[in-house]
Ligand binder design. Structure first.
Ligand code: 26Q
Length: 824
């Protein structure tokens, strides 16, 4: 018997209820040191986590060995963020151990679902971009594609949001406080990373002039490995996150000289690098530590990859045969000069060969068109941290601009537009240009986003290299966002179309004929109502607000940003309030408006919108004239775990960004997969979702991206719009009159004045269309048969938005990688 087969028989990894129960008790005792009688919920979580982890390691090791002995290419996903969500439930689902473990725990007198809630989630990302990386890791493993996710093991993830008196406050996210059973530190896999200093030149043994980087200091990166198991397969890929450590944890020289602080200073400085995630999504603040973080993880990752190539194939020149690296936005774009540096300075390649290798190895995903979110770094700062990289970038730029000059015959304006370095008084390095020049492929994340990329921020690059551009519409994993989040819906779909749809979402189309089946419809409504009851309980526990589960649940859950227009929804709510106050007999479908999301700590306007939601909620929820009809709820601390409560309970999904601003959106997909109907603009993936589900099953409103541009160019004056719409005028006046702020007329003035005077995201311009559309939504909801029909069709036709489809497209069209099947 092979040692693999032998281990499988051993109780430590047995899968029967009996073996699992014994493992649980064993792990509880030997890992936490507790008996069942004395165990806390966290002890039980740890015991359960190790019981599950034990059953993943065989696959983890087998997968690594299988990949190593195959000649297949490996995808390396480079991302500064991974918003993973809790691992435990996901791993149990993917292992197929849900029922047996539930039973085993029941026999110990423990409710498994309660224990699952104990896991602190690794919130190592801000929002959409970080969550996308996590969905893609899930799909890569499920599709059995060899892949490594590279990133940073932040000691503190995205802040936890607490609400005090309606205002957001930030609390440190100490997710590692109780340890992390999912990571395997590999202390021997550590790489030095240089920072600061200067460069000089020297003659190599064979007389060549070579560059040498003399750094100010060096830190180490240590690998922390998390296994990422695919659904229903043995393949278990690797997420490798780097933690920074001091080269010299303790400086005896300083200590002996009596300088006790300096003795540990190096340790403190080094460990700062991977200490905390920056919380600014969609706006760029050129912080020195952020640049160091980016370089730190990219350098460790590339050193790791070069080492693997050398070890497996013997020659670093074979790098592109072994690996392809996907850059998740420009955050890891420093990888391009770093690989050049490693090849030229440390492996003695010529520029030309190194550039060939580099350009064959990277592909770049763009996630934003917002100018303020495009990364640039001040050259001064950049030079101080990465002097050698700046030299390399100058050389890349010179050769690149020569190419442009040749192609566009001395078109000076184009050359200055395309340069990697802006020609301001304080010049800046343009990371999107660096990424575009150093990559063989550039993609946007939805059809409209990719086409806008080609005509706006990347137009010059598109004209130079049209063949490099392609679209890869985002997708999300149905394992987490349907199977884990919504077990009753999963069961209903299993019964209707069989169990394979979770791996092949196209099969959901077999739900279509059932959309008009009265008895299926009623089961469908039953599932939705169950989820709404659960969310209602959760809301009352967390906020103390009582909501009616039979009312329409209208949800907007995402980061707070003016372009996402949470305040447009607020204006709708305020107008409904006004209508109900003027006409107490008005008959409308009762609604519960639910908001959830975090604001960047330094984004005052976004924080003020959160405050306004609370203020409006307080007024409406306490007004007996209206609070049987409308309620407003803010659910604090939106994260993956909380999101999983929201999607299943939504009737209506708010996707109302100003057209042309939201690159894709992925929440839109998660809501629709759970049977919510969407009210949305023609923005991001909404466009494709509407095409897929059918325009009659989608509530469209608002200006198109082209109309938005036209309005802004034509000198948009919100004042004129407001003057011509009394209902809008009233809504704004209600806010500025202090109605929601105990008479304080100043509190919301910055928000209201901004809407009256600038309104850069055209909230006022879209207000009337939005309200009319919402009136229609309200009417349609009263016809529950028709609503259910639309809801079922949304799920039946949403299969395309699985991250499996997205990853298959990346694999076939960009990466050219094939599956490698790990077998027992
Ligand atoms: C940059 C520099 C310094 C500090 C922080 C940042 C930073 C961090 C995160 C900038 C941007 C982000 C995140 C951006 C993001 O989440 N974009 C979203 O990506 C999703 C996945 O493609 C899309 O669906 C969303 O439309 C897009 O907004």
């Amino acid at each position: 018997m092979s040692d693999v087969a032998e281990r499988a028989l051993h109780t430590r990894v047995g899968r029967s209820v009996d073996a699992l129960r014994r493992s649980l008790i064993d792990n509880l005792f030997y890992i936490t040191g507790r008996s069942l009688q004395k165990a806390t919920p966290n002890d039980l979580y740890i015991a359960l986590a190790y019981t599950v982890r034990d059953r993943m390691l065989e696959g983890f090791i087998t997968t690594a060995e299988t990949y190593k002995s195959s000649s297949a290419r490996t995808v390396c996903y480079f991302s500064a963020e991974y918003l993973l969500g809790p691992h435990l439930g996901n791993n149990i689902l993917n292992l197929g151990l849900w029922d047996n473990l539930t039973q085993a725990m029941l026999e110990m007198g423990v409710d498994m679902e309660t224990i699952l809630q104990e896991e602190p989630e690794p919130g190592l990302g801000n929002g959409g971009l970080g969550r996308l990386a996590a969905c893609y890791m899930d799909s890569l493993a499920t599709l059995q594609i060899p892949a490594i996710g590279y990133g940073i093991r932040y000691e503190f993830g995205l802040f936890q949001q607490v609400i005090k008196n309606g205002w957001q406050e930030e609390v440190t996210d100490a997710w590692l406080r109780n340890g992390n059973p999912w990571e395997l530190p590999d202390r021997e896999r550590r790489y030095p990373v240089k920072l600061g200093g200067h460069t000089d030149q020297y003659q190599s043994e064979n007389g060549h002039l070579r560059a040498r980087w003399v750094p100010d200091y060096t830190v180490y990166g240590v690998a922390y490995d998390t296994p990422i198991l695919g659904y229903g397969v043995l393949n278990t890929n690797l997420l490798r996150l780097w933690k920074s450590e001091a080269y010299n944890a303790f400086n005896f020289q300083a200590f002996n000289m009596g300088n006790h602080c300096a003795a540990v200073e190096e340790k403190v400085v080094a460990e700062n690098l991977s200490k905390v995630l920056y919380p600014n999504d969609a706006s760029e603040v050129g912080k020195e530590l952020r640049l160091k973080q980016q370089y730190f993880f990219v350098s460790c990752s590339l050193q790791d990859m070069v080492r693997i190539v050398q070890h497996d194939l013997g020659d670093p020149a074979l790098f592109p045969e072994k690996f392809v690296a996907q850059l998740n936005d420009t955050h890891p774009a420093i990888a391009i000069p770093e690989l050049m540096r490693l090849l030229i300075d440390e492996h003695a390649f010529t520029w030309e060969v190194a550039w060939d290798i580099t350009r064959s190895s990277f592909a770049y995903t763009n996630h934003t068109l917002l100018p303020e979110a495009l990364e640039t770094w001040s050259l001064d700062l950049f030079k101080r941290i990465l002097p050698r990289h700046l030299e390399i970038i100058y050389e890349i730029n010179q050769r690149f601009l020569d190419e442009v000059r040749l192609r566009f015959l001395y078109d000076d304006q184009r050359i200055s537009r395309m340069s990697l370095i802006s020609d301001e008084t304080n010049p800046r390095l343009r990371m999107a240009h660096l990424a575009a020049v150093g990559s063989f492929a550039i993609n946007g994340v939805s059809a409209i986003h990719t086409s806008l990329l080609k005509t706006t921020v990347m137009q010059d690059f598109y004209e130079l290299w049209p063949e490099k551009f392609c679209n890869k519409t985002n997708g999300v994993t149905p394992r987490r966002f349907i199977a884990l989040a919504n077990r009753p819906l999963t069961k209903l779909i299993d019964d209707a179309v069989g169990g394979d749809w979770l791996k092949n979402m196209a099969l959901l189309k077999h739900l279509e004929p059932l959309a008009s089946d009265i008895s299926f419809q009623s089961r469908w409504r039953e599932v939705k109502l169950t989820a709404k009851h659960q969310l209602s309980n959760h809301i009352s526990q967390v906020t103390g607000i009582t909501v009616d589960p039979t009312s329409m649940f209208d949800i907007q859950a995402k980061r707070f940003h003016e372009y996402k227009r949470q305040h447009l929804s607020l204006l709708h709510i305020i107008s409904l309030y006004h209508r109900l106050k003027c006409n107490p007999n008005l008959c409308i479908a009762p609604r519960t408006f639910i908001f959830s999301g975090k604001a960047a700590p330094g984004y005052g306007m976004a924080k003020l919108i959160i405050k306004l939601i609370h203020s409006v909620a307080e007024t409406i929820n306490h007004d007996p004239q209206v609070n049987q009809t409308i309620k407003v709820v803010f659910l604090p601390n939106f994260n993956v775990k909380n999101a999983q409560h929201l999607y299943p309970a939504a009737d209506l999904s708010e996707q109302i960004s100003t057209a042309g601003k939201e690159a894709s959106g992925t929440g839109n997909m998660k809501f629709s997969m759970n049977g919510a109907l969407t009210i949305g603009t023609l923005d991001g993936a909404n466009v494709e979702i509407r095409e897929a589900v059918g325009e009659e099953n989608f509530f469209l409103f608002g200006l198109t991206a082209a109309q938005v541009q036209e309005r802004l160019i034509g000198g948009y004056q919100p004042r004129l719009v407001i003057e011509s719409d009394t209902e809008l005028e009233n809504a704004l006046n209600m806010i500025s009159s202090g109605l929601f702020s105990h008479g304080d007329r100043q509190l919301f003035a910055p928000l209201v004045n901004n809407l009256r005077e600038q309104d850069p995201y055209l909230v006022c311009a879209d207000y009337r269309a939005y309200l009319d559309c919402q009136d229609n939504v309200g009417k349609q909801y009263l016809n529950s048969e028709r609503w259910t029909h639309m809801s079922i069709l949304n799920v039946a036709r949403i299969g395309r938005f699985s991250s499996d489809r997205a990853i298959q497209e990346y694999a076939d069209e960009i990466w050219k990688v094939v599956p490698v099947f790990a077998k027992p």
